[in-house]
Design a protein around this ligand. Structure first.
Ligand code: SF4
Ligand code: SF4
Length: 183
């Protein structure tokens, strides 16, 4: 369970491209924010700016479910210039693992005390409240870099492994590799 808030609308509009798919996750529904009215407003505003396809689902962080969702919506997802995701940071990172186009978060995930379940642990979102995924190819730098660097690599990686712990892949090398693979 992770709770989100919408990013500013100007920032969201700057992310839309000609063919935009908006995936809205309704999992964790009892605590999820923004609420229905915000989603409806956003949907209306985006429709006026882009060729928008809208997919409402739940638990995009659940890989098997997401794989089916992507298969069932292949005609629009394969054709998309960009996918915007209304979910927590864990959901955004899961979707980005399955598709080749850019995937952007339109939410910031809020910090919550206590244990938030297995999924956020697996996808390493700690709810930093200012999501960086849109600048890092949807790989969280806060948790994938051992030093938590959000503005680039420290330069110490060797053969793709972290200088602090050689058993861990350098998060920034992973980010650079994904950026390169999308060019
Ligand atoms: S940058 Fe990482 S920790 Fe921060 S909200 Fe995004 S996914 Fe979560
Ligand atoms: S080697 Fe990579 S993961 Fe390790 S601290 Fe430096 S930038 Fe972060």
């Amino acid at each position: 369970m992770l709770v989100t808030k919408l990013k500013p609308l100007d920032e969201i509009f700057s992310l839309v491209q000609k063919k935009t798919v908006l995936i809205c996750c309704e999992g964790c529904r009892d605590v999820h924010s923004p609420d229905d009215r915000a989603i409806a407003t956003l949907r209306g505003l985006l429709f006026s700016r882009t060729d928008l396809s809208f997919v409402v689902t739940s638990y995009v962080c659940y890989r098997e479910h997401l794989e089916l969702l992507i298969q069932n919506n292949a005609s629009i997802i394969d054709d998309a210039d960009v996918i915007l995701v209304l979910s927590c940071g864990a959901g955004v990172q899961t979707i980005a693992d399955f598709v080749s186009c850019p995937v952007y978060s339109i939410c910031d995930t809020i910090s919550l005390p206590g244990y938030q379940g297995l999924t956020p642990s697996e996808f390493n979102c700690i709810g930093c409240e200012s999501c960086h995924l849109n600048k890092t190819a949807s790989i969280c730098p806060v948790t994938s870099c051992v030093k938590g660097l959000v503005n680039g690599a420290c330069g110490g990686a060797k053969n793709g492994m972290c200088e602090v712990d050689v058993s861990i892949e350098c998060g920034w090398v992973r980010i650079f590799e994904r950026v390169e693979s999308r060019k």
